[in-house]
Design a protein around this ligand. Structure first.
Ligand code: DGJ
Length: 382
């Protein structure tokens, strides 16, 4: 080995040691701030892998459930992960809450698509109930299924119950009886985005088409109201129209009662919260993995009417939701009017590297406002 080679090897070795040391220090250091868009390490020093996620607060602990993502593919090769935290900054990796499997006959086999998992707790059955958007292996985004899984333990393992489209045979509450009898001929509405087509969608073109198979269900969230009633909120009708569907008392089934919101409004990524008796929903438009401007919807009753309001984001980056797409709005336990907007900064070429953008929800004239912060902590709510 010549002198040059020796020097090169030595500096490479020292570099490696320094990187390992700093990773170790980072893993041990307690975080005390949110840094939207930055790498976010768990207790083991790995970037948190819980995309499109949601959080359940249970017994003094926050549980963050999300999509496990690998490199180069959005498909599910692991399942739904779960992390636990007491302070919302520092997260312990609790492993896989819902596992995909190797059974080629299974709907949740390795290689299917599992998106936007959310978990709620049922006080009566004491069960934890997980819903997620499921697409079948090798079938792209064609299935548009809602999947349900349950567990007696918050961190799982969650047992798969079923996956299907939603509420087969049921008309939405806000398509009145008379209108249900009129036959909408799909051949009359072949060209999308025309005024005539919009009218058709509004009248229920896709609701009618999917009436017997059940309504499509893609991007989704769950919401438990103060009276313990739970709701499944999802992009339906080819992602054109949001639905809010009531869940059974044990939370594992749909009751057949649902409403449609903003027909042909093309809303995805619904995230919802309640403040002072009013319901607020922040959604995105539909541009695949690319960010777009968020939308705000407000209602006095969960089952509507919902009113569409302008983008709640303000300032630099507002037109692209600060390069992210919402996934959940978390009420901070023990603090009044404290809500965190949780969003994903997708990295479709390397999904595991997707980042999290968490921002505090501020209020102006009783309406939520989101603005960018490089870093922040929970004191903003005091
Ligand atoms: C955007 C959605 O919000 C994501 O959950 C995912 O379905 C992608 N579209 C797929 O393109």
């Amino acid at each position: 080995m010549n002198k040059f080679e020796l020097k090169y090897r030595l500096s490479f070795f020292i570099g490696c040691v320094l990187i390992l040391l700093s990773a170790g220090v980072q893993a041990q250091q307690k975080l005390q701030q949110f840094k939207p868009g930055a790498l976010w390490m768990d207790d083991k020093g790995n970037h948190i892998n819980a995309h499109g996620g949601g959080i359940l607060f249970y017994n003094g602990m926050y549980y963050w459930f999300g999509e496990h993502k690998g490199e180069g593919s959005n498909n599910a090769y692991v399942g739904v992960t779960v992390y636990a935290s007491k302070d919302l900054y520092n997260w312990k990796n609790e492993g896989v809450a819902f596992n995909v499997n190797d059974d080629k006959a299974s709907l949740t086999q390795r290689g299917s698509i599992i998106e936007r998992p959310k978990v709620i707790h049922n006080k009566h059955t004491k069960q934890f109930v997980m819903y997620f958007h499921l697409e079948l292996a090798g079938q792209g985004y064609g299935a548009a299924y809602a999947a349900v899984a349950v567990s007696d333990k918050v961190t799982g393992p969650y047992k798969f119950l079923r996956a299907s489209r939603v509420n087969p045979g049921h008309w939405p509450l806000n398509i009145p009886g008379g209108d249900r009898r009129q036959r909408i001929n799909p051949d009359d509405y072949k060209t999308w985005w025309t005024d005539k087509w919009r009218e058709g969608v509004e009248k229920g073109l896709f609701v009618q088409e999917h009436l017997y198979s059940g309504q499509m269900s893609r991007d989704m969230t769950l919401f438990v109201d103060d009276d313990s009633k739970a709701y499944h909120i999802y992009s339906s009708e080819e992602n054109l129209t949001l639905h809010i569907a009531e869940l059974s008392d044990d939370y594992t089934q749909h009751t057949g009662k649902y409403i449609r919101i903003a027909p042909a409004g093309h809303n995805e990524a619904p995230a919802i919260f309640k403040r002072n008796g009013k319901y607020y929903m922040i959604t995105s438009g539909c541009t695949g993995w690319d960010p777009n401007a968020a939308r705000l919807l407000v209602a006095d009753q969960i089952m509507g009417e919902w009113k569409l309001l302008p983008n709640p984001c303000v300032g630099d980056g507002a037109d692209k939701t600060f390069q992210s797409q919402g996934t959940y709005i978390l009420p901070v336990a023990g603090k009044k009017d404290a809500f965190i907007f949780m969003a994903d900064r997708w990295r479709p070429k390397n999904p595991i590297d997707g980042r999290y953008v968490w921002l505090p929800v501020q209020f102006k004239n009783e309406l939520p406002v989101l603005s960018w912060l490089d870093e922040w902590d929970l004191k903003v709510f005091d």
